[in-house]
Design a protein around this ligand. Structure first.
Ligand SMILES: Nc1nc2c(c(=O)[nH]1)N[C@H]1C(S)=C(S)[C@@H](COP(=O)(O)OP(=O)(O)OC[C@H]3O[C@@H](n4cnc5c(=O)[nH]c(N)nc54)[C@H](O)[C@@H]3O)O[C@H]1N2
Ligand SMILES: Nc1nc2c(c(=O)[nH]1)N[C@H]1C(S)=C(S)[C@@H](COP(=O)(O)OP(=O)(O)OC[C@H]3O[C@@H](n4cnc5c(=O)[nH]c(N)nc54)[C@H](O)[C@@H]3O)O[C@H]1N2
Ligand code: SF4
Ligand SMILES: [Mo]
Length: 729
């Protein structure tokens, strides 16, 4: 029997799987690795059934060139040679006329991870600062905000901790299983669990304390915790004295703006529950607040994430056993950040980054204020932690693409990202794409984004490519993955696309690696091994990590300390202390709120909707409504309803559930119907009803609010026939 290890890249958690096949068999069988040192056995249905998803008849196998109007779905098959030649020529034309900043690339951070920083290398060498990533709405923005406080993004020490705080975040056996297993093992060991969630989620149901807060109010609840911890002197006095700046200002802010009665009013959590939970967290021997995507998607995300990072720091949990580890980049591999050649981008071009002036926290404007400090502590000026650092801001970028303000953007490349559906204000993104001279995407399937493109290029899958993964510059773990098969027909690796385009744009000398394996050989030079040797010898490799590094190096902030009062935010012209802000409250016209989320067990984000094997468990987009609201708004389980905000409307099937509080409904992300002629992205995706005007954007980062937007819901008026699963193979 043959056995090989692979990394699943269907979602972003990267479970390590074992692929086995008997002699003579064509296909490998995939299973979780029971010997995994941290998350034994992790796998979900999406990983297990990857073959069915990837061998699907809808898989793109040849480069396609648009022959009809954009969106009409008429294509001709062309060669890579022709596609690359024409794309390069058009891109050169755009750059000649409008400058390199007229190119925007939106790159899905995870699935194409074998590009190893090449996309940004290409852009930096060309001179475009306008790299965009959907991690702006996920871990990327958290990493940027964490850096403001203590210079890096911490990794929770699940294995040694005594207390875990889950802010909404709800991993389970079909969602981020790798993390779920670590969480369950910690719970089994006796670690306490506190959960913030408006709804009774699986995690909330197991928690020692469930705080059923109102959506969007996590930041305020954290300020309530800080108030209790400061007032009751539950903080680590020596750490605060020696390693922080701004404690007195923080104390004053808490005293003035965050009485417990006020926090209770904002959050809907009782004063006693705030006190009891804060004490449980602060007095635990060690505690973690694992990153939560929920606080990435609030109108006051920056403040919420800052409050979380301050909690970690003043309770003495930074870089401490069972706390939050500040690891720095992996010393065994040339980091993506180094490969990206960020220094090649001139100051003049950096300042043109879209969003730089309005919402600077994850743009170059903030990164430039931290670069010398990162260099001092971690030996790297521009760490691109989780591929979300120093990037352009989505809303200003799509506005520039649509309206040419502040300057024209005329070429758009989308790599392993369903860009049309993966940000706020989908109507604007469509307008933006329609106003381009060139739209290109690289994907496995035709998507609503691809449908608006001029060229659609066929990618390879994680079963078909080698991979090396260094946790997106976040920790010192390195994993490798074998390619089990050759990619079918004309399917190619993202590295191939970038390299070939770069060669045609006059950048050949900077892309000397023939294949992605050559590139991995280069990246592994610090370890003195080739990719093949590494993969034959290791499934994963950890580098030694010692706690309390900061005692030797200080923190990678301007003061060298943990900045409770952020000098970077102050320099950028924002409030240096966390504050609370929310979107407008429901009113007579929009009496409810919706949150985007509760990930679909069967799919990753907007993916896999074409695959019957997964769709049969989840046929249609479904909103969850409380029984009282269902009655009030005339909704019937199993029938279609329309959900409307002041920017758009979409349609979903109704599911009546009593785990949703009254006044709040759930809208899932990523729904379209590949089997329908119009693909359904404008009928069903959350992005259509997510506003991106300033009152719905986080001030400091400009990301949209997904957790509690005023809306209305009513039975669908014009019913429509869907092909449904009949059309799904
Ligand atoms: N409106 C809205 N936007 C969101 C979110 C939301 O809830 N609502 N969630 C945000 C979050 S949390 C995240 S993490 C991001 C996720 O953003 P992404 O990870 O970019 O997810 P998708 O937008 O679904 O696009 C992924 C695309 O990659 C393709 N793909 C999959 N595997 C491969 C591969 O191996 N090679 C290639 N070439 N293509 C591949 C899929 O077919 C799919 O079209 O989106 C963010 N954006
Ligand atoms: N099967 C599957 N797994 C996935 C994904 C997928 O698409 N499919 N996507 C992956 C990705 S990229 C991400 S980012 C994660 C996201 O996954 P999670 O972090 O688990 O997020 P959700 O599943 O959207 O929702 C989790 C909970 O947030 C609660 N919630 C809603 N609003 C708020 C609020 O304002 N505050 C708090 N505290 N709670 C709130 C909801 O009630 C819900 O129970 O899932 C990952 N795992
Ligand atoms: S949770 Fe599922 S989809 Fe995500 S990496 Fe693991 S097996 Fe793959
Ligand atoms: Mo995410």
């Amino acid at each position: 029997m043959e056995s090989k290890h692979v990394i699943c890249a269907t979602c972003d958690i990267a479970c390590q799987l074992i692929a086995t096949r008997e002699k003579g068999e064509a296909r490998f069988t995939l299973a979780g690795n029971l010997d995994h040192p941290i998350a034994p056995g992790a796998i979900c249905a999406k990983g297990k059934l990857a073959h069915e998803v990837f061998e699907h008849p809808n898989r793109l196998t040849k480069p396609l060139k648009r022959v009809g109007e954009r969106g009409e779905g008429k294509w001709e098959e062309i060669s890579w040679e022709q596609a690359l030649g024409e794309i390069a020529e058009k891109l050169q034309g755009v750059i000649k006329q409008h400058g390199p900043e007229a190119l925007v690339v939106s790159s899905g951070p995870w699935n194409c991870s074998t590009e190893s920083g090449m996309t940004r290398r290409f852009m930096n060498l060309l001179g475009s600062p306008n790299y965009l990533s959907p991690v702006a709405l996920c871990l990327g923005n958290t990493a940027a905000v964490n850096r403001l406080t203590y210079g890096w993004m911490p990794l929770p020490d699940f294995e040694n901790t005594q207390c875990i705080v889950m802010m909404g975040h709800n991993p389970h056996n079909q969602s981020w299983v790798w993390e779920y297993i670590r969480l369950r093992l910690a719970e089994k060991r006796g670690a306490k669990l506190i959960c913030f969630d408006p709804r009774l989620s699986q995690t909330a149901d197991r928690a020692d304390i469930h705080l059923a807060l109102k959506p969007g109010t996590d930041g305020a609840l954290c300020m309530g915790w800080l108030r209790v911890i400061v007032e009751e002197k539950l903080y680590d006095k020596a750490f605060v004295k020696n390693w922080t700046v701004g404690f007195d200002q923080l104390k004053q802010r808490l005293a003035q703006d965050f009485t417990l009665d006020k926090v209770s009013e904002i959050t809907g959590v009782s004063v006693e529950d705030i006190q009891q939970s804060a004490r449980m967290y602060a007095t635990a021997e060690s505690a973690i607040i694992p990153w939560s995507p929920i606080t990435d998607q609030h109108v006051s995300s920056t403040s919420a994430i800052r409050a979380i990072s301050i909690l970690r720091a003043i309770t003495g949990n930074l870089d401490a056993p069972g706390g939050e580890m500040l690891m720095g980049v992996n010393p065994n591999i040339i980091s993506e950040s180094e490969i990206e050649l960020t220094q090649a981008l001139s100051d003049e071009q950096r300042k043109k980054q879209l969003g730089y002036h309005q919402h600077p926290v994850f743009t170059f404007k903030a990164a430039d204020l931290l670069s010398e400090h990162s260099q001092r502590v971690f030996g790297i000026e521009y760490p691109n932690i989780v591929k979300g650092a120093h990037m352009a801001v989505p809303s200003p970028t799509f506005r520039a693409m649509a309206y040419g303000d502040p300057y024209p953007v005329k070429a758009f490349i989308s790599i392993a990202n369903n860009s049309l559906m993966g940000y706020g204000n989908q109507t604007l993104i469509k307008e933006a794409m329609l106003n381009q001279d060139l739209n290109v995407c690289v994907d496995l399937f035709m998507t609503p984004t691809g449908n608006l493109c001029d060229y659609v290029l066929p990618g390879d899958t994680w079963l078909e490519r080698p991979n090396l993964m260094d946790t997106y510059e976040w920790s010192t773990m390195l994993q490798s993955s074998y390619a089990l098969y050759d990619p079918p027909a004309e399917c190619k690796n993202v590295y191939f696309f970038i390299k070939e385009l770069a060669h045609r744009m006059g950048l050949a000398e900077h892309f000397p690696w023939g294949t992605v394996t050559d590139l991995f050989d280069y990246r592994l030079q610090p370890l003195g091994m080739s990719y093949q040797e590494f993969t034959d010898n290791y499934k994963m490799k950890f580098s030694e990590y010692k706690y309390y590094n900061y005692k030797k190096t200080g923190f990678a902030t301007p003061s060298g300390k943990v900045e409770l009062y952020s000098s970077v935010l102050e320099d950028l012209g924002f409030d240096p202390l966390p504050y609370y802000r929310n979107v407008p409250e429901p009113n007579a016209e929009y009496p409810l709120k919706f949150f985007v989320g509760l990930r679909e067990p069967q799919f990753f984000q907007s993916g896999q909707r074409h695959a019957r094997v997964l769709r049969k468990g989840n046929r249609t987009p479904r909103t969850f409504v409380n029984p009282i609201d269902a009655k009030k708004f005339g909704l019937i389980e199993g029938e279609w309803a329309t959900i409307e905000t002041h920017v758009g409307k979409i349609h979903m099937e109704v599911l009546v559930r009593d785990d949703i509080p009254q006044g709040l409904i759930r809208v899932p992300h990523g729904w379209w119907l590949p089997e329908e002629n119009d693909l359904g992205a404008f009928e069903h995706n959350d992005g259509v009803i997510v506003p991106d005007s300033e009152e719905y954007l986080d001030r400091e980062q400009g990301i949209p609010h997904l957790k509690g937007v005023p809306c209305k819901i009513y039975p669908r008026i014009e019913q429509r026939e869907y092909i449904g699963l009949k059309g799904v193979k």
